[in-house]
Ligand binder design. Sequence first.
Ligand SMILES: *Cc1c(COP(=O)(O)O)cnc(C)c1O
Length: 432
Amino acid sequence: MNEQLKTNEKDHLIFGGIDTIELAKKYGTPLYVYDVEKIRQNARAFVNQFNKLGVKAQVAYASKAFSSVAMLQVAKQEGLSLDVVSQGELYTALKADFPVEKIHLHGNNKSIDELRMAIENKIGCIVIDNFHEIKLLEQLLNEHDHQIDVLIRVTPGIEAHTHDYILTGNEDSKFGFDIASGQAEEAFNLIIKSKRMHLKGLHCHIGSQIFETDGFILAVQRLYSLMNEWKIKYQFNPEVLNVGGGFGIRYTSDDQPLPLSHYVTALVEEINTQANKYQMDFPEIWIEPGRAIVGNAGITLYEVGSKKEIPNVRNYISVDGGMTDNIRPALYDAKYDAVIANKVNAPKTYQGSIAGKCCESGDMLIWDLRLPEIEAGDILAMFSTGAYGYSMASHYNRFAKPAVVFIENGIDKLVVKRETYQDVSRYDLSYE
Ligand SMILES: *Cc1c(COP(=O)(O)O)cnc(C)c1O
């Protein structure tokens, strides 16, 4: 963490203005805690920059990063749009009373039920991913006598990662229509013939945890050269260009993300250049940040339990959660930073690796972390766990999912209840 940590006179970590040790006592551990002001700041960084540049835009929160009624209410209050990928995510959005016209449905295998639910609830846009979906959607729209705005998701042959990108030509991805092989054009031709689907423009999503703007710029260039072909052949003039999400955040001091407004500026400049070059109207720009809205706004509090010290090898410090509340380290070797929240500024004279309590050797949260002298009952605060933590939580080992607390204006509020072990087995039926 580069940001200065706030502590009180007891050397306890203060988060969102509240003593984290008090939060751990009040709600138990593991506990996800969000600073709602930070969520709002992140959302506004994108929205305000588009406004400042005078560009019509939709900032669609990718709700898979963290979906709950309270979170979607905050997104709604900030005027964001919303990406959903399933009936569950759509249902949560409806429960949060999210404006339906601002909901976009994604997915590489949208089911009939998902599409029907989207149509019946009159959501704003469907991002079309494949030929099977075009057929299903046309059929359902006919049955419902309904029309809907759509984007075509294309794979521009650019894979962007943290610090670099790969030009792949044909992208090896399960998502979207390939450009190079002509699939995107075939989809275009099917969709513009439809009286039910209104093609608004194109969508692409090039990766996640991206720290540079080059990948986005290349994607915009690639999309424009395609759209120019369609303009010449079919007089196509896109109203919307959706360049996806993937904006990087800081997990550890090794990560140096750009200010969020820089991505917006770079995108607007490149889209302006390309639109001028090909003499097309400047489109409405849509982006889909998930991680960048909630990632650094959340922390997880754990209680330290057992310790295993292997001389000259490693010290293992076990906490009361793990891969069931944050699978990212086990799944993609994701790095995190953490402190002992009840002794933040104590000298770091010890080194330990933070282990989860699941029956998996791979259930490690952080390797070789500098720590103060540590003992059972200490509270570990792990930073930047706001994205893909709760949303990827599982019941492995029949663990109950932790609670989620929001903090704003110095007030903490429970927004997702902690599950009980009875909850975990509530759908089990007897076989005796
Ligand atoms: C996952 C995803 C996002 C959000 O990605 P982040 O890295 O969380 O910003 C946006 N759009 C699409 C299509 C995605 O699949």
